[in-house]
Ligand binder design. Sequence first.
Ligand code: NAD
Ligand code: ZN
Ligand code: ZN
Length: 391
Amino acid sequence: MKALVWHGKEDIRCDTVSDPEIEHARDAIIKVTSCAICGSDLHLFHNYIPAMMPGDIMGHETMGEVVEVGSGVNGALKKGDRIVVPFTIICGECEQCRRGNFSVCETTNRNKHLAEKVFGHTTAGLFGYTHLTGGYPGGQAEYLRVPFADATHIKVPDSMTDEQALFLSDIFPTGWQAAAQCDIEPDDTVAVWGCGPVGQMAIRSAILLGAKQVIAIDRIPERLAMAEAGGAITINFDKESVVSRLNELTDDKGPEKCIDCVGFESHISMAQPDSVLDRAKQMFMLENDRPHALREIIYACRPGGIVSIPGVYSGFSDMVPMGALMNKGLTIRTGQTHVNRWTDELVQRIEDGQIDPSFVITHTVPLAQGPEMYRAFRDKQDSCVKVVLKP
Ligand SMILES: NC(=O)c1ccc[n+]([C@@H]2O[C@H](COP(=O)([O-])OP(=O)(O)OC[C@H]3O[C@@H](n4cnc5c(N)ncnc54)[C@H](O)[C@@H]3O)[C@@H](O)[C@H]2O)c1
Ligand SMILES: [Zn+2]
Ligand SMILES: [Zn+2]
């Protein structure tokens, strides 16, 4: 089959590889009908997350049709079912899964010892996301093996198109969880840093959850325009001071709820000397992350507020202002998304017409164009916000 394969830094190719086969009783194989490139894939593209190996298949936003099931799937799935595959592989049975903490499932990471060493504990197995999270082949491919498939799937109503359903795999629940864990109240201002696909979903989720105003921060005009179309007030950080504008919009008090949809690859700019220093330290392996946005968020957030961090951090971040965080009594909420925790509610909201997540798609291309689309998405060429690939 054809698949997008990681060969090294900024080197992803569309290769011919072996078709996946059932390896365990709880596996299923799907024929992929649609898949997408995520901002998290860019961290791998840049080789910032350790434990990728040449030959690894990329991708963790995938859906398709079940073509084979193992003997242990026990009727949960059958040939011909149409499913979205959550990016987190879950057993559905361990203590964390029973609590709905699916992204920290205790069972599915095949390389637990690695995760335990790096993080102190294991986290769930993830598709196409390094050997630290199990080294599972990803779904930017013609076929995907879904391990623990009896639990790791979302059945899609026939009424929904691929484009409406696909993002239930990751970015829609990710934006939703980011907003939901802000405990939004009707008087709240929610500020969202980063207007990539995750930021766009967080903005619309915060509005659906009843925020008084939502403020979106980025520097890419078409992403800011998309945020505005979704109901946000926008700040272009290249053109104005983020903190001053946020204060202006909140009677000098700051937003109660702040969401970091940027993560550890904050934009590097001479106007933000700390981002330049982070880049230098990153090059000399003195720091993993560039947390400029997180620093700004902690500074801008109203005392007593909540900082929600769906943006991915890879390792160690320097100069996080712990003094401001502690003295202002901020609450931090974060995590890889517990995808299946939100599925029923989000399917319902799509069916009710409250949101159509396909609004974020700007490019739909054949899988073979994947390698060039990684660059286009990274460089925001041709107004690229979200790429869907068709195998
Ligand atoms: N927690 C999860 O489960 C989960 C799931 C999916 C994605 N993510 C993470 O969410 C983050 C965003 O993903 P995405 O797909 O939207 O990626 P993206 O790279 O398209 O978006 C990031 C956006 O942040 C903007 N940005 C950069 N520096 C900024 C700054 N200083 N202030 C404001 N905006 C700034 C960029 O211009 C860009 O538009 C990534 O770190 C990704 O890994 C997390
Ligand atoms: Zn993702
Ligand atoms: Zn589990």
